[in-house]
Design a protein around this ligand. Sequence first.
Ligand code: URA
Length: 189
Amino acid sequence: MEKTWEILEGACYYCKKCRLSEMRTNVVIGKGNKQAEIMFIGEGPGQQEDLQGQPFVGPAGQLLDKMLAAVDLQLEDVYITNVVKCRPPGNRDPHDDEKQSCINYLRYQFALIRPKIIVCLGRIAATTIIDPDFKITKQRGQWYERKGCYIIATYHPSALLRDETKKRPAWEDMQAIRKKLDEIRQKGV
Ligand code: URA
């Protein structure tokens, strides 16, 4: 069956596959350019995101905006979403069964957008998408390739807000992401 944003949005809005649906104010699907070459994937909505129905609009989102602007990327250049689409209570990590319930929505988004680059923001996204044993401090900044898509993980903006020393490596990752995008655009693939 043909995939469409309307089907995805309908499925998400009515989703009751896990307990997070019982506590949500809004389902948070994604924002940005639905034809972007880069997809950023965070963990799950926080309080502001749950209230506004948009990903990365709270303090972590403001820092993400700055990180993007630092490498000359705007919201029109990227698509931003999360592993889980409903807020885990108290911003706890999403449980395995909650991620499992939600993962097909992320796959569906990937199929619709067909990005050339995926950026995992933090450990939860990296362990869900790259490797369950992924170690963010050791393996961030490394490129992986799957089905012609380049994948990289960097620190979650919330981690940067807690620990200033992570800002430099995150900045280097953003520059590597910018460089990869420029290379892909040059090759015209
Ligand atoms: N943290 C996330 O992982 N995602 C958001 O949308 C906001 C904060």
